[in-house]
Design a protein around this ligand. Structure first.
Ligand code: SF4
Ligand code: FES
Length: 254
């Protein structure tokens, strides 16, 4: 598709800090290349704002290639915008029409408080990971070679698919209950499917789910919106697997 320059009307959430009231502010932007990414477009806006002596819009980003999960924007009512299977940094301006009004908001959930403008605090995910999103490995020099453990291909594939979760939080932002079940279930599944993860499986699922509840995420009511908006295509099957793991852990006596 040939490059075009389009004019857009941005409606962006501005909020000084977590204590202040936020509001939508209009920013017309002219001459945006359809080849540029959504974040390039925000850079362009910020350059204009800084040149005018105004405060630039704060937004999260890091890798800008769909890996780190930092770019958490709600665009035109959808987490990561109107494209499928992409993060905000991978979203191109060719997805929008000349003259279009584009609303940009932060991911909204009680467990993701707004820090400033479009930046939210997603450290709740870090605290869930600290409760079990790892395997304990003997590093004394007697560590077993990972390839010594035979793993059925089908399990390896499912574990790998679960491991592609980048912790972006789009599943939470999309869910009407602000549930973190898709994220937590991906992190539980990537380990519980592998022999290395089975040793701590029971503590992992109990502790991670408990932390998820403590952080104030909502309950899953199986609407499936999370799977639709997940940029990595994490499957709802992981939630079913985590529920089985949780039940097993609660009825098993050591
Ligand atoms: S499950 Fe998908 S939407 Fe949720 S944090 Fe992981 S990658 Fe993001
Ligand atoms: S900036 Fe890293 S995934 Fe978008």
């Amino acid at each position: 598709m040939a490059e075009k320059l389009i004019n857009i009307n941005l409606k962006i959430w501005r909020q000084q800090n977590g204590q202040s009231q936020g509001k939508m502010v209009d920013y017309p932007l002219k001459g945006v290349s359809t080849d540029s990414s959504f974040l390039d477009m925000l850079d362009m806006l910020n350059e204009e704002l800084v040149n005018k002596g105004d405060e630039p819009v704060a937004f999260d980003h890091d890798c800008r290639e769909g890996i780190c999960g930092m770019c958490s924007l709600y665009i035109n009512g959808e987490a990561h915008g109107p494209d499928r299977g992409v993060t905000t940094c991978q979203l191109h301006m060719r997805m929008f029409k000349d003259g279009e009004t584009i609303t940009v908001e932060p991911f909204r959930a009680n467990a993701f408080p707004v820090v400033r403008d479009l930046v939210v605090d997603r450290s709740a995910f870090d605290r869930i990971m600290q409760k079990g999103g790892f395997v304990s490995v003997n590093t004394s020099g007697n560590t077993q070679d990972a390839n010594a453990l035979p793993i059925p291909k089908v399990d390896a594939d499912k574990a790998f698919d679960a491991a592609t979760c980048i912790g972006c939080g789009a599943c939470v932002a999309t869910c009407k209950n602000a549930s973190a079940m898709l994220f937590v279930s991906a992190k539980v599944s990537q380990l519980s499917l592998l022999p290395q993860g089975k040793v701590e499986a029971k503590e992992r699922v109990l502790n991670m789910v408990n932390q998820m509840d403590l952080e104030g995420f909502g309950n899953c009511t199986n609407t499936g919106a999370c799977e639709v908006e997940c940029p990595k295509g994490i499957s709802l099957d992981n939630i079913a697997r985590m529920n089985r793991e949780y039940l097993k852990a609660t009825v098993t006596i050591d």
